[in-house]
Design a protein around this ligand. Sequence first.
Ligand code: IFM
Length: 413
Amino acid sequence: MCYTSGMKKFPDGFLWGAATAAHQVEGGNIGSDWWEWEQTRGRERSGDACRHYELYERDFDLARSLHHNAHRLSVEWARVEPQEGRFSDDALKHYAEVVLALKDRGIEPVVTLHHFTNPLWFARDGGWEDRRAPGRFLRYCDAVVRILGKHVRYWITINEPTIYVSHSFLFGVWPPQARSLWRMWRVSRNMVRAHVAVFRMIHQVCRDFGLREPAVSIAQHMTALVPCGSGLRCRFASWLRHKIFNESFVDALVRRRALDFIGLNYYSRQLVEPSNWGIRSLLSDVCRENHRPVPKNSVGWDIYPEGLYELLLKLKKYDLPVMIAENGICAEEDASRWIFIRDHLRSVSRAIGAGVPVTGYLYWSLLDNFEWEKGFGPRFGLVEMNYRTFERKVRPSSLKYAEVCRTGVLSAE
Ligand code: IFM
């Protein structure tokens, strides 16, 4: 790492790019539980989204023109297995073409197998709570890996398991809108089992076919948990939340030797201030006074680049490579996007200098997209989307980021 006059040079071979997820960009994901939920409960419907299912080559041309050498996408289970045990050759062929379209452009694919959405048949028949869930997920992943395995090295089995289980089974804001610790625990346990089974299967398939060693992980969402005051309660609650929300999945998988690297999704901080020693308060109370104000994104999340550095240092103990699998800002004006990227890359660079083996940075997201229960309002894209005409427009911030991707250097200003 070179620090000459504030300039930061990233390691050779560093992965630079952006991420997307099928349901958020593809459009027409009619066989999924989210699609059904949106028809009656959602604020907005995903509808055609960005029409990425048909326009992916155009989007990858843009990624290449922005000097990305990696791209994270997700395969949609509901398309690949629209009915239990019946696989769609068309969908599998489509994803093979998508991955090849990336390779043809010199872009390394990072493939996610589960990004919040489930096939309807699966959701209706017990979903992730059912003891058959890990086996069902494994069967789907096996079909995908057998087709894509020779072109894909980096796999993310499950995106943000803690966000999925908390939003869907504890806070009740995502389908199936449950509010139950017991159900959340069952789903978490099944997701751990599912990941471990898929991790082993991917390694086995690569051995069987004589393919190069794969790199398999989850994408773990982590929040910087900052005690609001110096008192014991604030510090204890921050520690506890970090253990549960940031580290529990990673710990479970490291114990089972089922991670080749750590995929880290980082967006924001939480200023922790529990009002009492009750468990609910310890786990969820935040400072209401705005004691240590920082800028916010357009949906009110604190922007806190130092948090990325702090979390990366905490990951050092695992002795595994780390890929920033998502980091991004939704903003009404684009100027803050480049400042966000620059400041977070400074944190990444500091962490690398402190000995954390960070191997890549994938901005969320390549395109504006469907932000789940918030609909199309938040704009995260390097590329602006016109949802009426589907015209794509490169934002100025993406050109500044492109220069870093091209040179591997973050300049001082
Ligand atoms: O849009 C989401 C993505 O699906 C998962 N990580 C966080 C992003 C922004 O909220």
